[in-house]
Design a protein around this ligand. Structure first.
Ligand SMILES: [Zn+2]
Length: 147
């Protein structure tokens, strides 16, 4: 018997097997996946998109703020109609993460009112949206129930 495994793909030790890039700018994958908001240094308001000025106080200075990866469902809707190619139903929700509201979809839960409820505890998780020819994966986030 040969000691080589015929079906195991051999890759050089230093090769980057599957590089990952975040699907949205405010998702950071390292050291563990978490969201980062732009926090106004004057009033503390947080924004996930890039701002020239704070919508609350018109301050123009922002600092990065790590967002808690666990929270609870503050509001949700079960989406039954979507563009072609998007599987329905799915749950679109507002998650309260230690004082910061985050819009995201729920995953790993049945999308019906029996399985989703206000106040339900959830945590951040990630999934691969797709990969390009070089094997680089685009990673997006969602929230899943804390069991
Ligand atoms: Zn502000």
């Amino acid at each position: 018997m040969s000691s080589t495994l015929p079906f195991v793909h051999q890759v050089p030790k230093n090769a980057c097997v599957s590089e990952q890039i975040p699907f949205v700018e405010y998702l950071h994958l390292a050291p563990t996946p978490h969201l980062v908001a732009h926090q106004c240094t004057s009033c503390g308001a947080r924004f996930f998109d890039r701002r020239n000025a704070c919508a609350s106080c018109f301050g123009t200075s922002f600092a990065d703020a790590d967002i808690a990866t666990e929270g609870f469902v503050r509001s949700f809707t079960i989406v039954s109609f979507a563009a072609p190619g998007i599987p329905v139903p799915f749950v679109s929700a507002i998650i309260e993460c230690d004082g910061t509201s985050v819009r995201g979809n729920l995953t790993n839960v049945t999308a019906d009112p029996e399985h989703v409820s206000l106040g339900m505890k959830v945590r951040l998780t990630t999934y691969v949206v797709g990969a390009d020819d070089a094997g680089t994966e685009a990673v997006n986030f969602a929230f899943e129930p804390v069991s």
